[in-house]
Design a protein around this ligand. Structure first.
Ligand SMILES: C[S@@+](CC[C@H](N)C(=O)[O-])C[C@H]1O[C@@H](n2cnc3c(N)ncnc32)[C@H](O)[C@@H]1O
Length: 213
């Protein structure tokens, strides 16, 4: 199957700005504790003796955080340049170029999935297939954590003016419906108040899901 156009656009866009984005993202994650609030929880909930995937890992700092919490971490991304940065900067995890929509993994392999501000680059109509792929790769009962800029209640997902690549502000009910159809159900959510998004003043949601048994 050929790579969808939006994935080529996204990978190229991050390739061109890899150093700048790596600096921004690492700094942001380090200085905003709420953005890492559920990462230790995900690490605790992750199934033992299974690798954990950071999907859309970018420069690798969150994968590295998960690694320090004792997990075997696989970071996947579309951007070859960000992956080069990740491998050079964070020796713990394994970093591989692949799409979160087509995981190079056998069924029921993963002990957890993280998608930290990366699902925003998946168009809403393709979220369902992506979640089905995640459910295939996750072991039964394994958790998934998705962090995303969030559409206002009652409004559909819609594009926003992301600096680098086409992106969507997803609607939480839309994501939950797609997740439910794939066998992923909500276990918890953290909503960061609009004041925490200093650039746009939007809610940012951290949604914890669990794969069905
Ligand atoms: C906003 S950055 C977030 C990076 C990192 N997770 C963080 O929190 O800093 C989005 C990342 O997702 C990656 N990405 C977007 N769509 C992807 C896909 N379908 N498969 C794999 N990676 C993807 C991009 O290449 C980019 O590195």
């Amino acid at each position: 199957m050929s790579t969808p156009a939006h994935e080529n656009t996204t990978g190229t866009a991050y390739d061109l700005q890899a150093q700048r984005y790596a600096h921004f993202a690492d700094h942001h994650y380090t200085h905003h504790p709420l953005h890492r609030a559920l990462i230790p929880t995900l690490a605790e909930l992750a199934l033992p003796d299974h690798p954990v995937a950071d999907l859309g890992c970018g420069p690798g700092h969150v994968a590295a955080h998960l690694h320090t919490l004792g997990l075997a971490v696989l970071g996947l991304d579309l951007s070859a340049n960000l992956l080069t940065h990740a491998r050079r900067t964070h020796p713990g995890p394994t970093f591989v170029r692949a799409s979160m929509a087509r995981l190079p993994l056998a069924p029921r392999t993963l002990g957890a999935i993280l998608a930290h501000y990366s699902l925003i680059h998946t168009p809403p109509e393709q979220v369902q297939d992506t979640f089905t792929e995640w459910a295939r790769a996750l072991a039964p009962n394994a958790p998934a954590l998705i962090c995303f800029q969030t559409q206002e209640p009652g409004q559909a997902s819609q594009p926003f003016d992301h600096d680098l690549a086409p992106a969507h502000r997803h609607s939480t009910p839309h994501l939950l419906k797609a997740a439910g159809a794939a066998g992923l159900t909500e276990t918890a959510r953290l909503e960061l108040a609009p004041s925490q998004d200093t650039r746009r003043g939007w809610v940012q949601t951290h949604l914890l899901l669990q794969r069905s048994p």
